[in-house]
Design a protein around this ligand. Structure first.
Ligand SMILES: NC(=O)c1ccc[n+]([C@@H]2O[C@H](COP(=O)([O-])OP(=O)(O)OC[C@H]3O[C@@H](n4cnc5c(N)ncnc54)[C@H](O)[C@@H]3O)[C@@H](O)[C@H]2O)c1
Ligand SMILES: [Zn+2]
Length: 376
């Protein structure tokens, strides 16, 4: 029998690739997406799979959700408001309330949903795990703003204060949510997992690492470091590094993340769990800027201006033993994935820089700070 999926956020980076994989595997797919203007400034993107049914509507609208859930077996819940945008209530509204309402409608109508996979994020952690020379593996808390204001970017051991060395973060690390976005990703995954246990529907929360690849919005200056740096360079502007640029992230190519969704759907082993998905390799952000400038052949050095974002983690590499035990193996390495993103972006027209305007907003709203004593 044909399986039917609802992919919320299916016009976006990850959701559109999940949709393609499902269609290719013979699924009947419905996409629900409101074409969030920050992400889709030119309207409906051309890449929405023509074999999928496209419903333009908002997750926050109960009637829309009710219609979208009709005759669905599996929900791939990817829609969210992401990044470092200034609107606090919109995050809570879209991510927390939108998810809660989706679950409520399923329960109220007693819909025969067989599984829900929700897009969580590594942003649920407070800070990446670290190794202390004295205490071994420790779970540091978020770095205090007072520390960052002094330009001390290191992560200190919560027991003795020594500088720690980044270590892969396992799923049982403390979950915090140190940004508004992170907080609402915690809400999403907790709501889905605990509700699933209550009602007896299998659920999985996939904690994605930084995901990039073709279709990542070229308009959104608040999210997606590779897309932001790439659009800066293509406009002959330097990428802007926060802190000293030596903070590390775990990058995943979008097709690997989409593949993890299908894997989580096929196996029962991950049911009821929050599961890391990533490459398990940490790459300094400065290195990402260098790879991009090299592959684009645009020789512009990144800029550091003594700026930082409170709540941001210093290092985060995902420990992916759990999902690897179920056969997950990322296929696309960073350089290759970046090249594929560049090939795609070069085929897009009118690539503008939206970051310059956004950074003024971020500074005026207190999202980006400057080290004390440094002037603009
Ligand atoms: N890209 C990453 O690095 C990353 C990392 C961790 C987690 N995630 C999570 O993965 C999911 C997908 O992210 P993405 O990178 O594909 O982002 P994206 O912005 O490309 O896609 C999200 C899609 O959701 C849609 N959307 C937003 N608000 C909506 C609403 N109210 N109603 C209906 N649709 C709405 C947008 O229009 C967009 O098409 C999100 O839940 C995000 O939090 C992404
Ligand atoms: Zn210590």
């Amino acid at each position: 029998m044909t399986k039917r999926a609802l992919v919320t956020g299916g016009a976006g980076l990850i959701g559109s690739h999940v949709t393609d994989f499902l269609v290719r595997n013979g699924w009947q797919v419905r996409v629900l997406d409101n074409l969030e203007p920050n992400t889709h400034r030119r309207g409906k993107p051309s890449w929405i799979n023509p074999k999928a049914e496209f419903v333009q509507g908002d997750l926050r609208d109960r009637q829309t959700i009710t219609v979208a859930l009709d005759k669905i077996d599996v929900v791939f819940h990817q829609a969210a408001y992401g990044g470092y945008m200034p609107e606090i209530s919109k995050y809570v509204h879209v991510n927390s309330l939108g998810t809660a309402q989706l679950l409520e409608v399923i329960r109220e109508k007693n819909l025969p949903i067989k599984k829900i996979i929700v897009a969580s994020s590594q942003a649920v952690y407070s800070e990446g795990a670290g190794n202390c020379p004295k205490h071994g593996l420790v779970f540091p808390t978020v770095r205090p703003v007072e520390q960052l204001q002094k330009g001390d970017w290191e992560v200190h051991c919560p027991i003795c204060g020594e500088i720690t060395k980044s270590a892969p973060t396992p799923e049982n690390a403390p979950v915090g949510g140190e940004t508004v976005y992170g907080l609402t990703k915690v809400d999403q995954e907790k709501l889905v997992l605990l509700w699933g246990k209550q009602v007896g529907i299998p659920t999985v929360a996939l904690r994605y690492s930084c995901t990039y690849g073709p279709r990542q919005s070229i308009f959104n200056p608040y999210t997606g470091v590779i897309a932001i740096f790439c659009t800066r360079l293509l406009n002959n502007l330097p990428p802007v590094l926060y802190e000293d640029g030596q903070q590390t992230r775990d990058f995943s190519f979008v097709e690997d993340i989409a593949g993890a969704n299908l894997l989580a759907c096929d196996t029962d082993n991950l049911d009821g769990l929050a599961v890391n998905v990533g490459s398990s390799e940490g790459t300094p952000i400065r290195k990402v800027a260098e790879i991009l400038s090299q592959l684009l052949n645009i020789d512009i050095q990144p800029e550091t201006r003594g700026e930082f974002r409170p709540g941001e983690m210093r290092h985060l590499t995902s420990d992916t033993k759990l999902i690897r035990a179920d056969g997950y193996k990322p296929k696309v390495r960073l350089e290759e994935g970046i090249q594929r993103y560049i090939d795609w972006i070069k085929a897009q027209s009118d690539i503008r820089d939206y970051f310059t305007e956004a950074e003024q907003i971020l500074k005026s709203k207190g999202i980006v700070h400057r080290v004390k004593g440094k002037n603009a």
